[in-house]
Design a protein around this ligand. Structure first.
Ligand SMILES: [Zn+2]
Length: 253
């Protein structure tokens, strides 16, 4: 299994980071993709990547919640890193209107700019969108038409939105929200196209049931995979083979 989205460099793992990696390996996790947040997370993320090469894979980008007055500076730092080291994707990038709408225009500029880097460097993008789905799709679509690929991480939307995303050639990242009874994602997951689904934890956030309320970690991917397999009335092995293949196609490894 592959965890396509985990912030395992987060200070919440400071006390037991290597045990957390051991638990992921014991749970059958073969690879962990790490989305960046801003310049403040790069050093700890790259330390993970260097400590666990080919296992903890870094991305580079500026998360929309970190787009503030100094966003040009932040973008420059991310761009410099993209030029000097290999990354699996540009991410995570996107729009977030839930926490703060002060910098909506800057968020949009930053998203477009980072998508153009991804196109130039032939990298996929990892999209974060919260309370901003329409604007996000409208911004992504012209890039998708030029060949940009990526994933809408932590997908939870309607059937129509899922269709719109997959028709752009973008994947749907499914994680702990699937296990939340009130989220309504279980019903929709019955009919989402499996060839467009990848699995993620978004650790340390969005912990799946039965660990909800605690810190999330990559070792919990099997709970998401098993639930999705049950919903689809298929074997977990079969589901994992499909989602792993999707992840390999997206990230090119
Ligand atoms: Zn994230």
């Amino acid at each position: 299994m592959i965890d396509t989205h985990a912030h395992i460099y987060d200070p919440q793992f400071d006390a037991d980071r290597s045990e957390m990696i051991d638990r992921a390996k014991a749970a059958g996790i073969q690879k962990i993709y790490m989305p960046n947040c801003d310049s403040g997370t790069i050093a700890s993320m790259l330390e993970m990547a260097d400590t666990h090469p080919d296992y903890c894979i870094p991305m580079m980008g500026v998360h929309p919640c970190y787009i503030k007055e100094n966003f040009e500076e932040e973008l420059n730092i991310a761009k410099e890193w993209l030029a000097k080291r290999s990354f699996a994707a540009v991410g995570e990038i996107g729009l977030d209107y839930y926490w703060d709408k002060t910098f909506v225009q800057e968020q949009k500029m930053a998203l477009s700019r980072q998508m153009s880097w991804a196109l130039e460097q032939n990298l996929p993008v990892v999209i974060h969108t919260r309370d901003a789905m329409r604007d996000t799709i409208d911004l992504v679509k012209p890039f998708a038409q030029k060949g940009l690929q990526g994933v809408f991480h932590c997908f939870s939307g309607s059937r129509e939105i899922a269709r719109e995303i997959t028709q752009m050639g973008f994947y749907l990242g499914i994680g702990g929200v699937l296990t939340y009874p009130k989220a309504g994602l279980k019903e929709l997951a019955k009919e989402l196209p499996l060839e467009w689904i990848i699995l993620e934890t978004d650790a340390p956030y969005l912990t799946p049931v039965p660990f909800r309320g605690k810190r999330n970690e990559p070792a919990y991917i099997p709970y998401i995979a098993q639930l999705l397999a049950d919903i689809r009335e298929m074997q977990m092995d079969e589901l994992v083979a499909i989602t792993n293949n999707n992840s390999s196609k997206l990230f090119g490894s």
